[in-house]
Design a protein around this ligand. Structure first.
Ligand code: UT7
Length: 328
């Protein structure tokens, strides 16, 4: 007999660096480095008003550890019941071991927990969600922690005003388990759909890497090109919704990757969804890469009701993009 499974979301958590940097502060810091920009440009072109930036005591590992700890606490799940920990990041603490393995050790998750990192840049959280979903469904039992964390303050070129004003640091996580379907309709993560186009790799990339230069490199982006593709791919949600038996009318909230308010507005318009349904945190966090969707989920968590349908949407370097549908 085939068993129908569902993947309820049990909790969320997030972590931000202690230091919040407003546009005005950033403009002054950059001026001291000889880089000319202004708050009006940053806010009108991106919607960003501030970002959080790590100091020397903070980093990918500390943010991930805090977000995972909070998500597990909010879920009520015992540490020993975590069977898989997937961390999405392209700014790992070390080249190896993985951030996930380090978090597993520091939080004393059981050694039966499979801990791994995935790198799909800004598309990372949905890639990690997809990996965790596959792992849970294959096992038919278990509980996953899915994390997005990035520290782009250590990856941007602080002399490049076209990119350095766009990013912030942070981490977010959710806890999801697999169980036989309990009601008539499944709840939780209903589906994930990912896509990629490596021919666009050079439109958004780091200039270095272990194999290429032995250094991490810095972020390099053809902003307008990325903008155009992001809006187009974020319009691809109806296909996944149809796969899970829903339409755009069923969507209560969109939780998109937070790169630019203008991208969110253009994508909402192309889907004919009102902005009231779109969770916006880019003003507070800037672009936190893999962390932006779980940070936004955590921020809006109290606004959601049981039964709400969430559409998660990501787009980033690769290009890699994806949609996910969650019914709470
Ligand atoms: O998270 C992964 C996905 N990433 C994204 O989705 C980002 C997508 N792209 C974007 O969000 C936008 O393209 C940007 C915010 C990056 C740029 O906005 P834009 O409206 O496309 O501006 P632009 O790059 O075409 O630059 C317009 C002008 C240029 O000046 P000129 O040549 O017109 O005189 C730039 O030199 O803005 C200038 N500029 C700045 N001026 C003040 C670029 N950066 C700055 C700055 N301050 N920080």
């Amino acid at each position: 007999m085939n068993i129908a499974y569902e993947l309820p979301i049990l909790g969320v958590g997030a972590a931000l660096p202690a230091r919040c940097v407003s546009n005005n502060q950033l403009v002054a810091d950059l001026a001291a480095r000889g880089v000319e920009t202004n708050s009006e440009w940053i806010e009108s072109r991106t919607g960003i008003q501030q970002r959080y930036i790590c100091d020397e005591t903070e980093g990918t590992l500390s943010l991930a550890r805090e977000a995972v700890g909070k998500a597990i606490a909010s879920s009520g799940v015992a540490l020993d019941d975590i069977t898989v920990l997937v961390v999405a990041t392209c700014s790992p603490e070390r080249t190896f071991p993985s951030v996930a393995a380090m978090v597993q050790g520091e939080l004393a998750l059981p050694t039966t927990c499979f801990a791994l990192d995935v790198n799909a840049a800004c598309g990372g959280f949905l890639a990690a969600l997809s990996v965790a979903r596959g792992h849970l469904l294959a096992a038919g039992k278990g509980t996953a922690v899915v994390v997005g964390v990035d520290v782009f303050s250590r990856l941007v070129d602080w002399q490049d005003r076209g990119t350095c004003v766009l990013f912030g640091d942070g981490a977010g996580a959710l806890v999801m388990k697999v169980q036989p379907q309990t009601g008539v309709e499944p709840v939780g993560l209903l589906g994930v759909s990912m896509g990629s186009d490596g021919t666009m790799a050079s439109a958004l990339q780091a200039t270095g890497g272990v194999s290429l230069t032995g250094t991490a490199g810095v972020v390099e982006m053809q902003g307008r090109e990325v903008f155009k593709h992001a809006v187009r791919q974020m319009g691809s949600a109806p296909a996944l919704l149809a796969d899970v038996g829903l339409t755009l009318n069923d969507v209560d909230f969109v939780v998109p990757h937070q790169a630019n308010l203008r991208i969110l507005e253009a994508a909402a318009k192309s889907l004919d969804l009102p902005m009231e349904k779109v969770v916006v945190t880019v003003d507070k966090h800037a672009n936190t890469s893999a962390a932006s969707i779980p940070l936004a989920l955590n921020e809006a968590w109290e606004r959601f009701d049981k039964g709400d349908v969430l559409l998660l949407q990501a787009f980033g370097a690769g290009f890699v993009w994806g949609d996910a549908v969650i019914k709470l």
